[in-house]
Design a protein around this ligand. Sequence first.
Ligand code: S6P
Ligand code: ZN
Length: 191
Amino acid sequence: MKIPCSYQIDFNTGMVTRYPKTTERKLSEIRNCFYDGQAVERVLKKADPIIYEAYEVKSPNEEGLLSWCTTIIHPGCVGREYHMTKGHFHKKDISTEFYLGLKGKGLLIAQSRAGQFTSLEIRPGVMVDVPPSWAHRVVNTGIEELIVMAMFSSDAGHYYCQIEEKGFMKLVVKQDERYALIKNPRYGVDR
Ligand code: S6P
Ligand code: ZN
């Protein structure tokens, strides 16, 4: 039986005391997330930057338990598109997830299986409720790290294929020094 426990999060770095980093996504690994392939190549000719990192505190994969994670999305753009996470659905389609902004600013974009799309601004103190059956991605639209904490059912699982293949309906791009959502020309087109 699991016993009650506590954790220490550094809101400034996203690090969790005694928990190692579990994810580090470099541009080369998530190149297909970005629309502008030529811009990806231009960046990769010089370096392979880390786009985001995560510290996951995982409970056993059992119904009734929660896991959580801090994600640090570094600032920047590839072409006109802001840095972002890969994005996913959950395998267990009755799973809700909550996101809390800890540092920086950005957007959580979400897309339902039924084809609805929405975006919500996230910044320190903002909690976002992602109900079941909505794919979600976090985008850093600011000039400093965006740090968020996500809490989800331990047995939710992650399902990346659909987003990898079809993308989200909209891109989050830099326009006149602020963000804009534009139609994704590649949405629904196999990559
Ligand atoms: C887990 C939750 C987050 C993401 C993390 C990285 O359900 O949504 O902890 O795993 O932000 O994003 P992604 O899309 O690469 O898993
Ligand atoms: Zn999730």
